[in-house]
Design a protein around this ligand. Structure first.
Ligand code: NAD
Ligand code: GLY
Length: 363
């Protein structure tokens, strides 16, 4: 077992460390930067994660000198709602959690987004520590400061950028994740290989079975490399004005698939896997991506047990979503495409017909 890695998100006074390692929760007090004058911690989690890791985190927070109050939220995407946020605010008021105190988010991306949003808005912003326990949250959602909740009209429509004080990614927690969640997290991790660090691809191609089974050495390296990419990109482009857009590789068609299948058929990382297959085919078709990229993408994702086809999208519905996107953005259809493994680029004015064809190829 190697020493924890410390990756810096370099945002001047809002900068912070992402610490990645096996067994961090057992030593939480040592890794937690407690805000000056903090007295209380509101630990936001769900019943599943609380049962597994709540006691370890409460022990660590108490050892750091904090009075701990646990807030349990539902274990479902529905927890990212105005109603659950309102209940959360009432709980924070009852503690009472003051301006100098700390919110701790313990769980997957749902808990992280909700607790981050509560922290962003409570007393106009209090400190939050992100303690992600899913692969998707460790490699992506907990880093970078995007927080938010959903409305019936759409996902993540209400939110705020609110950077955490620290992210503590204990990769040992990934051992208890359901296998499907680990696979979905690997889908999001693969993205970093195509946009920046091909070693992620090589590692997952060499050891797909170990990765899916939750081998701590493989997953720790994948999380560390993915976070290093995200930390570097967010440090240079916090608000997604430029390079941060590259983190959306595979997401344009991934989002279309999630929307057209009612957000129930696919986990987010599974939809991103399908989106990366489509993006690689689109890139090759437009002469932007290296030949063979799509075949490598499909082989890698299949090795990880992720979907690479089998989704029939109504062409009319795809055209409608695509047209909406075009109208909303004013620069034609925008896609993130991979030039070669490790290099991605933003491409505007992509022909709608080509997009519809690659979507059809996923059937
Ligand atoms: P999730 O939070 O729903 O977690 C998946 C399931 O795993 C849940 O049932 C959870 O209780 C369980 N779980 C969590 N940790 C566990 C563990 N260690 N052992 C056993 N079970 C565990 O799903 P997710 O995929 O982590 O997150 C999805 C959410 O993340 C979405 O709402 C998405 O919008 C958001 N997201 C946010 C960002 C961002 O930048 N803020 C980026 C990507 C996704
Ligand atoms: N998940 C993409 C981002 O944080 O920008």
């Amino acid at each position: 077992m190697s020493a924890p890695a410390r990756l810096r998100v370099d945002l001047a006074e809002r900068g912070y460390d992402v610490i990645v390692g096996e067994g961090l929760l057992a030593d939480l007090a040592r890794h937690l930067p407690v805000p000056d004058h903090a007295v209380r911690a509101a630990l936001v989690t769900n019943a599943t994660v609380d049962g597994l890791y709540g006691d370890a985190v409460r022990t660590g927070l108490a050892a750091a000198g904090l009075e701990v109050h646990t807030i349990i939220v539902p274990d479902a995407e529905d927890a990212k709602s105005l109603a659950v946020a309102e209940t959360g605010y009432h709980r924070l008021a009852a503690i009472p959690l003051r301006r100098d105190d700390l919110v701790v988010a313990l769980g997957g991306g749902v808990v992280g987004d909700l607790a981050g949003f509560l922290a962003a808005t409570w007393h106009r912003g209090v400190a939050v520590a992100q303690v992600p326990t899913t692969l998707l949250a460790q490699v992506d959602a907990a880093v970078g400061g995007k927080t938010g909740i959903n409305l019936p009209e759409g996902k993540n429509l209400v939110g705020a950028f609110h950077q955490p004080r620290v992210v503590l990614a204990d990769t040992r927690t990934l051992a208890t994740l359901p296998e499907r969640e680990r696979r979905a997290g690997l889908g999001e991790a693969v993205k970093y290989g195509f946009i920046d660090d091909p070693v992620v691809l090589e590692r997952l191609e060499a050891e797909p079975v170990a990765a899916v089974a939750g081998d701590p050495a493989v997953l720790t390296e994948v999380v560390r490399r993915g976070v290093a990419v995200k930390a570097r990109i967010v440090s240079g482009d916090e608000r997604e004005g430029g390079e941060r857009m590259l983190l959306n590789y595979g997401h344009t068609i991934g989002h279309v698939i999630e929307a057209l299948t009612g957000y129930t058929r696919y986990r987010h990382g599974e939809a991103v896997a399908l989106g990366m297959v489509a993006a690689a085919r689109l890139g090759e078709r437009l002469g932007i991506s290296q030949k063979g990229l799509a075949a490598r993408t499909v082989a890698l994702l299949e090795g990880l047990g992720l979907p690479t086809g089998g989704v029939r999208l109504d062409p009319g519905a795809v055209a409608e979503v695509v047209a909406r996107d075009k109208k909303a953005r004013g620069h034609g259809l925008r896609f993130i495409l991979c030039v070669r493994p490790g290099e991605a680029t933003v491409v505007d004015h992509v022909p709608a017909g080509a997009v519809e064809e690659v979507c059809a190829s996923l059937a």
